[in-house]
Design a protein around this ligand. Structure first.
Ligand code: SAH
Ligand code: AVI
Length: 326
């Protein structure tokens, strides 16, 4: 790999394994039981997520991608970013839509993907520097809830990206903490934050997106138990858990849970812990919050950000919000 790529990992294997053990202990001894959704993304989980993005029911990815295609030329001309930081970059497929629109602009661009999934970041960085001669990649392998202070100072006008409605996977207090840090990443009045938000809509459409007919989302959900089994030497039988996803209207969120078929004892050997799971008490694995223009504006303002532009698709399914320092 050339010097146009550098990766910095802010946790080593031992650290990650300790954090996972603590998170699992906290989550599975709490009431209700829960697991942090960042643990979905091992190699298998990342592949299953890519499969989800191509499902007919999962309108989010293709709707956001079409919006990006429409907006990218104007946005890239206007912002002319020299420094792009992307939270939860994943395969960076949508980032390419912005980079493609940069044709004709001169000079280098530094790209800082931040993602917990080291393998995906490395593979996508290799492809990006091969395809975009003007790009330098300085990957940060870490947790965007913890490691944003390690993002290097900007090398020019900065654009922070948080696409895919991944922000919706954070509960309101965590989201506020993260957005406050995003605000700190914007150093001048010209810097911008581009965030993808899934919108409140017909419950049937929302619930179908998380209950696809081919069962990929169910597999993605159950895979978190494989990650836990490996991480803390546990004996969950993922096949004995049912996928449950429903819209909680009061909280404007899809909730994903795992429901055991019957009461089971699970041994988490590395934690010296035995737990009992039963169908009455689910394991809550993910929330996917949905937004309105009003809720987005308030959320941004609370973190010192000002909504500058609001773009939605014709069906009003998904929004791209551009925010400036407030
Ligand atoms: N931005 C891409 C990928 C979204 S999937 C898209 O829009 O399609 C969510 C991504 O966020 C995954 O790559 C996952 O590894 C990453 N991720 C989830 N929680 C994270 C966390 N706490 N810190 C850093 N990355 C995280
Ligand atoms: C990554 N994130 C935005 C996805 C979502 O829709 O909340 C994760 C996902 N969970 C189930 N399907 C997709």
């Amino acid at each position: 790999m050339t010097m146009r790529y550098r990766a910095y990992a802010y946790t080593d294997e031992a650290d990650r394994s300790l954090t996972l053990a603590e998170d699992v202990r906290r989550g599975l001894t709490a009431s209700p039981k829960s697991l942090p959704p960042k643990y979905f993304y091992d190699a298998i989980g990342a592949r299953l997520f890519e499969d989800i993005t191509r499902l007919a029911e999962y309108y989010l990815t293709r709707t956001e991608a079409a919006l990006l295609d429409k907006l990218a030329p104007g946005l890239m001309r206007e912002l002319a970013p020299r420094d792009i930081v992307e939270l939860g970059a994943g395969s960076a497929a949508k980032t390419r839509r912005l980079l493609d629109a940069r044709n004709g602009l001169r000079g280098t661009v530094r790209y800082v993907p931040v993602d917990v999934d080291a393998l995906t970041v490395q593979a996508s960085a290799a492809r990006l520097i091969a395809d975009y001669r003007f790009l330098q990649v300085r990957a940060l392998v870490g947790d965007f809830e913890q490691h944003l202070p390690h993002v290097p100072p900007p090398v020019g006008r900065r654009l922070v990206l948080f696409l895919g409605s991944t922000i919706g996977n954070l509960d309101p207090p965590a989201r506020h903490r993260l957005l406050t840090q995003v605000r700190d990443l914007l150093r001048t009045g010209d810097d911008r934050f581009l965030v993808g938000l899934d919108l409140v809509k017909d419950v049937k459409v929302l619930e179908a997106a998380y209950n696809d007919a081919s069962g990929v989302t169910a597999e993605f959900n159950r895979n978190i138990l494989e990650v836990v089994n490996r991480g803390v030497d546990a004996d969950f039988h993922p096949g004995a858990f049912r996928h449950l996803a429903f819209y909680n209207e009061g909280e404007a969120r899809i909730e994903m849970h795992l429901v055991p078929d019957s009461t089971q004892e699970v041994n988490l050997r590395r934690l010296g812990l035995r737990i009992r799971v039963s169908p009455e008490e689910t394991i809550w694995t993910e929330s996917c919050y949905k937004f309105t223009r009003g809720s987005a504006e308030t959320m941004l303002e609370d973190a010192g950000l000002r909504l500058d532009r609001w773009h939605v698709d014709p069906d009003r399914y998904f929004a791209l919000a551009v925010a400036a320092p407030g």
